[in-house]
Design a protein. Sequence first.
Lengths: 558, 239
Amino acid sequence: MGGGARFLFFLFLPVFCLPHVVDAGVVVNELYYDHPGADAGYEFVELLNTADAAVSLDGVALEFHNGTGEGWTVLWQAPSGLVVESGSLFMLGGDLVLPLPDIVTAMSLQNGPDAIRIVHGVEILDVVGYGGLDDPAYVETLGVSAVDAGQSIARTPDGRDTGDNASDFVESAPTPGRRNVARHDASATPAPETPTHAGLDHAGVDRLMVDLENRGLIQIPAAAVVISVFDSTVGDIASTVNASSIVPGATERVALEVSLSAPGYHWLTIEARYPLDERAANDRASLVRRVGRPPLLVSEVMSAPRDGCPQFVELYNAGSTHLDITGFSIRDTRPKPAVIAADSLIVGPREFVVVTPDPEVLRSCVRVDGRVFDVDGTWPSFNKSGGSFADSVVVMDTFAISVDAVAYPGLKTDQADLSLERIDLFASETRRSAVWSLSRERGGSPGRMGASALASPPRAACEVSPNPFFAGDLLRVAVASTDGVASVSVRIYDPSGRRVADIGTASSFPAVLLWDGRSADGEMVRAGIFVLACESFTSDGARVGVEKVVVGCASHSP
Amino acid sequence: MLAFAAADAGARIDFPSVADRTVGIRAGADGFGPEAPWSVETGDVELFGIAGLRVAGVRARGRMGAVPAGVSLAQLSSPVGTESRAEAELGYRPGVRWLCLARTGIEIVSITGAPAEQAVLAGFYSRAEAGRITAIADVDVISRADAREIEVEIGVVGRIGSASIIATTHFDGHAVASAGIAVVSRFAGRLALLAGYDDGTETIRGAAVVSLSRWRVGVGVFQHAVLGVSQGVTLTWSR
């Protein structure tokens, strides 16, 4: 062999070494080789007959190549008489694969870089290099990259075979015995404007936007999919159908209005029910909605302690029952919450708890009544200066839904070591300085009612929902109060001042009163504008305040 | 008449006249000097100190011989919607001792997030004088889509020197009666002080009306037992 011939021989040697794959119709359609934990029993290889006619597997074998060595070893030899129909799947796998494979056999695949191939005698029907294998002798063009444990590699769409493993296969959730891309598949996911966790201050209607996507290969006809919302406490609460047909890959946005009346948490499940659906895994999405707020209030903030002493935030259970705040967190204006460090934290009615980055040092600095807790993670470091607005304290529940949020003003330099005591327990995220009063004692009053707060007059607050409300609905009046309020009377007046209805009197708090829109003689009130008045009284009958709310009443909902 | 008792409870929008609100009835010229042939009146009342809750309006009145006529617009606005009322009235006044007016109009309630609802109004007003006594009757019928509401007000005005005492009774659509009383004192023909109380609305009312040439200014304060203070102003031009 001359020099030129030798040059050509070595130039084309890699080409001669590439596997020569015969198009016989049967390909590896999906490969699952790395199960979390032990792989034994869970591995599978799924074959697909892409030909237009049935294919006999007589003489066909599945072989394995260990990426650390050379050559192939036979994993499985097809028995005579096996036939795979056109377009059908044929699965080999361990005895723990569900559904059970057509052939149950221990696969003993490794996690890569390795390869498998299908051969018929000397003919190579298909080769798949995986786990990052890049040896051109054992892959088609480029091997498939390594995937996470629990994921398979799957031809997408099914049977795609361009001669490039890296292009033909994608990482996928395992679909043993089923097509990698379903023919019929409707998925439901919350639209971006519908948060998975959210709070409603009042009972009412929440509008859920759901993206209904056709992830299958066949068009979904109009009205073929029922999209429903299931409330774990009351069952199905809303449903609708897709308004128009949805072509593969397209999405229809669907609106569902759910009425949430019971205070507390609602675990909602959105489900797309499509009779032909082949993928149950993407049919559902979970949401959490909280109606009302737990009566946990930020009652004191020490943002400017003296040198060597830590900041603290005092929380107060304004309710009349125990409150489980395990997993609750606090943050400032930045979205970096710190979870209150306690395995179990139940706050009794009218109890204060204190949260600080260093409980021991705080106790050495100032008298602390009650329980003190650290936080997991970084303390929010609340700002102490800034004029009428220094910072905010936000308390969030375990679902990161805001429970209480208050802004507080900055302090002057001569106000160091004075805390801000909240004297308006009903103010939410507001920048009014009137919400706060400087503590009357150095170091603040962590764990107890401060002198400033004690000096604030008793008050009651009423929250009305829905407002406006429609004839036939119930108007819900949530009543809260400070200490010192013995009863709250709630009445409806017309704009001229005539009393229309007595809704009721609350004597324990928080309380909820309902109005069915009827006047004192039982007739429905007219459509119009009314004034709801909450009069609060002390135990000796003295009136201590009136809160007025304008209420709109309509005869017909839109 | 009260057998027409309405199927809904409520009240109409009152034109924001300080004087009318204080005495509890449309008193007309009583207490404020001779009635002018033509007048335009505008008023505004802030209700109960609630932000955004107020009633405002404008009213024009005139007389052609024995036929008085007028139109008015009033609107109650609030954060949750509005109530608007437009009405026209036409009457007959053969002399100074008797006046009657018939009126009709429309009322529109627009609540946020709901379709507007309309009602048709009809009413009748009559005033008769006998010596020092004036008797007033005012009937309002409001026909809504599913109900009809009738309200009746009856008033008696007694004049003693430069003062007037006005007693009123109000019947709503459910035959519930309430009563009110008011006193009007005039000083030097230019100033009138009004005070009154109405038990239907639990309101103590006080107002002062000053007449200057063709202008008349009225200011009033209304103290509700529960809802607190309302305050209003009325400005009238007449010729």
